[in-house]
Write a protein that binds this ligand. Sequence first.
Ligand code: AMP
Length: 284
Amino acid sequence: MVKIITTTQELQELRGKLKRAAGFVPTMGNLHAGHLSLLQQALQEYDEVFFSIFVNPKQFGPNEDFGKYPRTLTQDLELIQSVLAGRPDKAVYVFAPTDPSEIFPAGYDSSISVCGLSHWLEGKVRPGHFEGVATVVYRLFELIKPERAYFGLKDYQQYLVIRQMVRDLCLPVQIIGMPIIREAEGLALSSRNQYLSPEQRKQALVLFESLQKVAHTLNGKKANLDQARDMIRELIQDPNWDYLELRDAENLSPDLNTSQRVTLLGVYRMGTTRLLDNLQLELA
Ligand code: AMP
């Protein structure tokens, strides 16, 4: 069963009636197989799953794509329905507020800032972005009270920011990080991929290929770090990189001396579209 909810009042009434623990998948809609993988995992663990579709104005900068971000609710609901086909024991409650004031009522004036993690990499290029993300996710957690919430590792820094917020504020929710779903050739699925022309889509493969090249050079060994960093320096001669960096996978520190796991994060610009990707790597 899929039930759509558009107001906060309706959401709270429903949540009050459901006594069992529930899973939660927050999204901005325009669903693809990456989003659906989160839903599938949540449905494996819970009979009742909340799924939000909300293009959050607070996480977009003034010159970003908030206005043109794809909004495809009818198609999204069909995809959710298809995941539920043949599973009468499961329920998905889709919270898709039609008006942002359902989430941020007039006068709402609080913001959550996860200090260190939010200001590097993506946060440096998009000031205020992670405050917007943390604030909406906190608000959704508060309304939905999930036992577990599912996030894609595609947005690795976002995953770390949310995990840190949950730890610091002692929120009673477990954060589950889910693997990146890619197209066959390697491009990570993203709602923004549809901004790309067929030619740009081909060129965009440089992002995943570069991540793989660096990972191959690193080959899991601290002894190869200098070589991997040299390769990164060479790759970012291409001015389309916003960044390509090796960071500690737990805290995003650039100091990898004591790191056991690292993340290689990159953002490559194709025209005005920013494509994010990362790899998680062991380091011995
Ligand atoms: P978005 O709608 O872009 O805000 O994404 C909602 C959730 O889906 C976030 O937790 C994303 O990390 C996750 N997600 C987006 N793309 C992918 C992907 N290709 N693979 C796995 N998860 C993804």
